[in-house]
Design a protein around this ligand. Structure first.
Ligand code: KG4
Ligand code: ZN
Length: 366
């Protein structure tokens, strides 16, 4: 990484996301204050319909589809924001973690643009992108009340971070130095998706469980297991829940399944949400956190939002829990552009041969 001189605000950046099944590009500006990111455009092609028949993401299909759609998404994002590529301060792209073939498409497109336009290239960690989604189109006061407990709860991760010092280390290095809890097996989003599949919902099932639970589902209709209830760990485990739901669904006569779905969904959702609430509360206590932020696809879950808003009032935090705007919870190019803008401002970007040498990485860490 070749450090350069820090950039001046406002910064206009293109962000590209292709780590999984959303192909997304976005143009944002980092405002004068440097604390808020205005989204000028987001163009996303969701591959949900492509993967739905297989019940999950098929990596090879994902990368081929990214290849077909990425240029159109970039063009659309530039056009809708009224930006010419020459005006961009830099190009940010998800470099890791994710499906390597899918990441490679975004990284290659970003490199080609950076080379052709002679612009800096900013590699972004996908989870840093999720954290940065807090600043999209909204003011985020959580950083004024440190330590901040930040939970990244998505289809791939259930990670708890305690963030003690910003802005000097925000968002750079935050992820590598502050992890205090994570899932030992399935991520929370994966638990939603796998249990939804057992009930016959299409992929990704999280949003279906959320919606169906609202149709009068009783949260205590089924007593599903709570992940790692013991107080000595901040880790999660959701694989037992999947087994319990599978056994329960098998007991239900086929003709009754439809009518039982609201209760099943409300009970599964409660088991996942309660585990998350319990660990977040424990982490806040252990580390004396004064603020709390939840990001990632599962942060869109209405029961999680409602539960946290009620529960967190009792935890002595300096402010109500923070969530990104709902449209920025699941993967999108704007969060990558935001993280890229923060990095770029701190002088962390690549040019010339260094940019050309950037490799896509499947893993979260080296
Ligand atoms: O952040 P994201 O788009 O991708 C990853 O980085 O993994 O998260 C996708 C996950 C999926 O598992 C999806 O089912 C879940 O977020 N999700 C939800 C809801 N909306 C999306 N889970 C529960 N309730 C929702 N409303
Ligand atoms: Zn994600």
């Amino acid at each position: 990484m070749n450090g350069q001189k820090p950039a001046q605000n406002p910064i206009k950046i293109l962000g590209i996301e292709s780590s999984c099944d959303e192909c997304s590009a976005s143009v944002v500006t980092l405002t004068e204050s440097g604390e808020r990111v205005d989204v000028l455009s987001v163009a996303t092609f969701s591959q949900i319909a492509l993967h739905a028949p297989y019940g999950g993401v098929v990596p090879e299909l994902a990368s081929r589809n990214h290849l077909e759609t990425i240029n159109a998404m970039i063009e659309q994002a530039l056009q809708e924001s009224g930006t010419s590529a020459r005006e961009l301060a830099a190009i940010a792209v998800t470099q890791r973690p994710g499906l390597v073939g899918a990441l490679l498409v975004g990284v290659t497109a970003a490199k080609a643009m950076a080379m052709a336009l002679q612009k800096p290239l900013v590699p972004v960690h996908h989870l840093e992108g999720h954290l940065s989604s807090l600043f999209l189109d909204r003011d985020e006061p959580a950083l004024q009340h440190l330590p901040l407990l930040a939970a990244v709860i998505s289809g791939g991760h259930t990670n708890l971070y305690v963030i003690r010092d910003v802005p000097t280390r925000w968002p750079r290095d935050v992820l590598s130095t502050s992890l205090v809890g994570r899932s030992r097996d399935d991520a929370a989003g994966e638990a939603f998706d796998k249990t939804a599949k057992l009930m016959g919902f299409p992929y990704p099932g999280g949003v279906w469980i959320d919606r169906t639970a609202k149709l009068g589902g009783k949260r205590d209709a089924y007593a599903f297991p709570r992940a790692l209830p013991q107080k000595d760990t901040l880790d999660f485990s959701f694989s037992g829940l999947k087994t319990a739901v599978s056994l329960e669904v098998k007991k239900i006569p086929a003709e009754e399944l439809e009518s039982r779905k609201p209760d099943l969904c409300a009970s599964v959702q409660e088991a996942i949400v309660e585990a998350i609430l319990r660990k977040i509360k424990l982490a806040c206590r252990q580390y004396g956190c004064r603020s709390l932020a939840i990001v990632g696809g599962v942060a869109a879950n209405s029961r999680l939002r409602e539960g946290l808003e009620t529960e967190a009032k009792k935890w002595g935090l300096a402010m109500a829990p923070s969530f990104p705007l709902k449209q920025y919870c699941t993967d999108n190019g704007a969060m990558i552009a935001a993280a890229g803008a923060f990095r770029f401002r701190q002088g962390h970007y690549l040019t010339g041969r260094d940019a050309l040498g950037l490799a896509a990485m499947a893993s979260a860490q080296n």
